[in-house]
Design a protein around this ligand. Structure first.
Ligand SMILES: Cc1cc2nc3c(=O)[nH]c(=O)nc-3n(C[C@H](O)[C@H](O)[C@H](O)COP(=O)(O)OP(=O)(O)OC[C@H]3O[C@@H](n4cnc5c(N)ncnc54)[C@H](O)[C@@H]3O)c2cc1C
Length: 325
């Protein structure tokens, strides 16, 4: 129920727009590395100093106007230039919906191409994040179109999908990030129980470590991380073939420890004003993350916003249930 609430809130256009106006609030500043590029570069330098590389997400999603998508492309290219100029150890994560996937496929393809092209000049990798199932196939289509031309593009495989193994096999020669999956998906196409998702997650990681190019294991789950450590050791898999990834601000001690132990470690560094959808998904994943919000509850403005948000969502659900009856 709580998960559904926050996933629902994450897709609310009105709240997304309102949140942008208020800057980093609701505790989001703990898990978002600032609102501008300078702040993000500073965070990256600090992480690099601990031997941690970064993947940078100039936050943005669910863009419905071409001008917004063009602006997002421009900003991502600025991030690429800043990575190069500052010589930091970082690459790019982007979302197809941020670059116009919901407006026009060809327009989005051209935007992604321009970004990948610029990044390739500096040998910077670009990861295409995976969003919900509606955007899955068009995102793979973009990868199909561009991977023949560029070798610096990869994507994400979400373990909650029944078909994830087929996609993993198809894209085994790409650098892939494997995750459990962050969106609410229908039971016809995706596992719903955590136990099934976790089991599939492990299977996919094992397969790609043995057969694939480079594997990014993106999780905060210590049980999975410990399992992988044993698995690579038993199977003699070189540390060069994989990395662990976690999100900025989560399990900081473990991030530092894994880097210190000599594992490749990469932190996902989101920044910018469009933090709302990203932050709501983090709350959906783990109710304990609400303690990030709790610290802000005496902030009147955010309190009101959360109240309105929860009220609007619950009202929407009740109306829908009533109509369905
Ligand atoms: C770098 C990165 C990139 C991602 N990219 C995508 C993407 O492109 N598309 C997508 O759909 N999803 C993406 N995700 C989100 C992912 O799909 C999961 O929703 C998210 O990572 C939560 O699952 P988990 O594996 O971290 O652990 P969970 O299943 O949430 O937690 C498992 C266990 O780990 C422990 N744990 C988890 N978090 C914490 C914490 N903060 N502190 C202490 N203990 C904790 C707890 O014991 C918990 O029971 C990404 C995640 C990461 C880390």
């Amino acid at each position: 129920m709580l998960k559904d609430l926050f996933i629902g809130l994450s897709q609310n256009e009105f709240l997304n727009t309102a949140a942008k106006k208020y800057g980093l609030k609701l505790g989001a500043q703990n898990v978002v590395a600032g609102t501008n590029l300078d702040e993000a570069i500073q965070s990256i330098k600090e992480l690099n100093a601990h031997g941690i590389s970064c993947t940078v997400d100039n936050l943005g999603e669910f863009v419905y106007k071409k001008e917004e998508a063009a602006e997002a492309k421009k900003q991502i290219i600025e991030v690429i230039e800043a990575i190069h100029t500052n010589q930091v150890d970082a690459h790019i994560s982007l979302k197809p919906s941020q670059l116009g996937l919901d407006i026009d496929y060809v327009f989005c393809l051209e935007n992604v191409k321009e970004i990948v092209d610029r990044a390739s000049k500096y040998d910077i990798f670009v990861n295409m994040d995976m969003e919900d199932s509606k955007r899955l196939q068009p995102s793979f289509d973009i990868l199909d179109e561009l991977s023949g031309m560029y070798d610096n593009l990869g994507t994400v495989i979400q373990a909650y999908f029944f078909d994830a193994k087929d996609d993993l096999k198809k894209y085994k020669d790409c650098r892939l990030r494997i995750v459990k999956g962050a969106y609410k998906e229908p039971e016809e196409i995706a596992y719903q129980d955590k136990i099934d998702i976790d089991r599939n997650f492990i299977k996919l990681i094992e397969w790609h470590l043995l057969n694939g190019k480079f594997t990014s294991i993106a999780t905060h789950d210590h049980k999975v991380i410990n399992y992988v450590k044993d698995f690579v050791s038993v199977n003699n898999i070189s540390k060069e073939k994989f990395e662990f990834q976690m999100l900025y601000g989560f399990r900081k001690d473990m991030q530092l420890r894994l880097a210190k132990e000599g594992y490749n470690f990469c932190t996902y560094v989101p920044f910018g004003n469009d933090w709302y959808g990203y932050f709501m998904r983090r709350l959906a994943e783990r109710p304990q993350n609400l303690n990030l919000v709790a610290k802000q509850v005496f902030n009147k403005k955010t309190n009101t916003m959360l109240g309105v948000a929860a009220g609007a969502f619950l009202l929407g659900r009740l109306t829908k249930q009533h109509k369905n009856k």
